[in-house]
Ligand binder design. Structure first.
Ligand SMILES: Nc1ncnc2c1ncn2[C@@H]1O[C@H](COP(=O)(O)OP(=O)(O)OP(=O)(O)O)[C@@H](O)[C@H]1O
Length: 365
C-alpha cells in the first residue's frame, strides 16, 4: 500500500534503487550535520516524490530546521547527499547553487515580506533577482495574485494586510519562479484556526493544480492531518517513524510520535479517565484503534454476534484521514470473567484492531 521506501529500508539500502526514482524531487542519502558535539542531523535518508506533500514533525531541537536548510543549500552537510530533482547540491559552490535555489520556494511563519514594497513587487521579487523585465514580472505577479485570491491588493503595502493575506502574498512570491519544491517552515503557526484552514486549502489547491511538491515542518498536527500525504517523525537528528498520515495517526508505533500527536488522537473523556483504577473492577475499559480496510466492516456488530454480551461502547467513533477510515472506540467490557475479556480481545485483534486495556472501573460506566 505504501509505495514509499520507509526510513528503515532507506537506511538499509542507501542507494534507494527504485525503478521510478526519477520522480523523486528530493532524495537525501545518509545525511549528517553536526554542530560541535551535537549531531543535528544524524543519518537521514528520505525521498519526496513529485506532487507529494510530506510533513516533518519532531520536538524542538530535533533537527527539522537544519534539514530544511540542507535542502536549500543554506547549510552544508558534513556527509551524505542531497539530490534536488536528481542533481546533487550539497557540494556546489554559491554560483551553481543560485539557479537550483530557484527550483525551491519557501514560506515562513512570519511571512518575511518587504514592508517598503507593494504586494506585487514582493511577489515579483524573485523574478527581479533573476533579472526578468518589469513587464514580465508584473504579469507573473498578477497571475499569482489571482491564484491566491488577492488581485485587488496588488498595489497595497504589507502593513495593510491581515496575517492570512500576508501569507497568501508569501505563497505567491514563493511560486514566482515556478519552483519544483515548496518548503514550508511553520507557515500557519502565527495564524488563527480559520485563517490556517484557508491557507491549508490554498496550499492543497496549488499542490493539485500545479503538481507542486511540498515539504513542510510544523508543530501543528492538524496541518499534517489536513494536507500531508506522508509524515516523518524526526528525533535527535534521525527519522524514527514514517508512513502515510492516516496510518501513522491511527497507529503510532513510538512514544515520541504518540506524544507529538497528543490531543489530536481521540482520548477517553477526562471524567471517565479519572475513574480508572489499575486493579480489576466491575468493568474493563478498552481502547480499540482500527484503520483502513479493518475499519470498513461492521466491527462492533460482528463482535456482538461472535461474543454475546461482550461490550458497551462508551466513547469514540470513526473519522477519515486521506479518505481512509480511522477509528478509536472505547469499550466497556464486563469484568470478573477473564475468559470473556480474552475472547473480546482475541476477536478484535483478529480483525487487525489494536487493543489496549486502559484500566478498570469499580462501578458500571
Ligand atoms: N548554527 C548552529 N550552531 C550550533 N548548534 C546548532 C545550530 N543550528 C542548530 N543547532 C543545534 O542543532 C540541533 C537541531 O536544531 P534545529 O534548529 O535543526 O532543530 P528544530 O527541530 O528545527 O528545532 P525547533 O523546532 O525548536 O526549531 C539543536 O540541538 C540545535 O541547538
Amino acid at each position: 500500500m505504501n509505495q514509499h521506501i520507509t526510513a528503515s529500508q532507506a537506511i538499509a539500502d542507501p542507494t534507494h534503487a527504485r525503478p521510478d526514482a526519477s520522480q523523486d524531487v528530493v532524495r537525501l542519502v545518509d545525511l549528517k550535520r553536526r554542530f560541535g558535539t551535537t549531531p543535528a542531523i544524524d543519518g537521514i535518508s528520505l525521498t519526496v516524490r513529485k506532487g507529494e506533500i510530506l510533513g516533518i514533525i519532531g520536538r524542538s531541537g530535533a533537527g527539522k530546521s537544519t534539514l530544511i536548510r540542507c535542502l536549500n543549500g543554506l547549510e552544508r552537510p558534513d556527509s551524505g547527499e542531497v539530490f534536488i530533482e536528481g542533481r546533487e547540491i550539497s557540494r556546489l559552490g554559491e554560483r551553481d547553487l543560485q539557479p537550483l535555489r530557484r527550483r525551491i520556494g519557501m514560506i515562513f511563519q512570519h511571512f518575511n515580506l518587504l514592508s517598503a514594497k507593494t504586494v506585487e513587487d514582493n511577489v515579483a521579487l524573485p523574478l527581479k533577482i533573476e533579472g526578468r523585465p518589469r513587464a514580465e514580472r508584473l504579469a507573473r505577479a498578477a497571475e499569482l495574485l489571482d491564484l491566491v485570491g488577492l488581485s485587488e491588493k496588488a498595489r497595497a503595502y504589507p502593513a495593510s494586510l491581515s496575517g492570512g493575506q500576508k501569507q497568501r502574498v508569501g505563497i505567491a512570491r514563493a511560486l514566482a519562479a515556478r519552483p519544483a519544491l515548496l518548503l514550508s517552515d511553520e507557515a500557519t503557526s502565527a495564524l488563527d484556526p480559520e485563517t490556517t484552514r484557508s491557507i491549508l486549502a490554498l496550499l492543497k489547491d496549488i499542490n493539485r493544480q500545479l503538481g507542486l511538491t511540498i515539504l513542510l515542518i510544523t508543530h501543528e498536527m492538524e496541518v499534517i492531518r489536513s494536507i500531508a500525504d506522508r509524515v516523518a517523525v524526526i528525533d535527535a537528528g534521525r527519522i524514527v517513524e514514517e508512513g502515510p498520515v492516516w496510518s501513522v495517526f491511527a497507529d503510532p508505533r513510538l512514544d515520541i510520535t504518540r506524544s507529538l500527536l497528543g490531543a489530536i488522537r481521540p482520548q477517553l473523556p477526562t471524567e471517565l479517565a479519572a475513574r480508572l483504577v489499575p486493579a480489576a473492577g466491575t468493568e474493563t475499559i478498552l481502547r480499540v484503534d482500527v484503520a483502513g480496510e479493518a475499519a470498513r466492516g461492521p466491527l462492533l456488530s460482528d463482535l456482538a454476534t461472535a461474543v454475546p454480551g461482550s461490550f458497551r461502547l462508551v466513547h469514540g467513533g470513526i473519522d477519515h484521514i486521506q479518505q481512509q477510515p480511522v477509528g478509536t472506540l472505547f469499550l466497556s467490557v464486563p469484568g470478573g470473567d477473564a475468559s470473556h475479556l480474552a475472547a473480546v480481545v482475541t476477536f478484535l485483534k483478529a480483525r487487525q484492531a489494536r487493543v489496549e486495556v486502559l484500566g478498570h472501573v469499580a462501578n458500571p460506566v
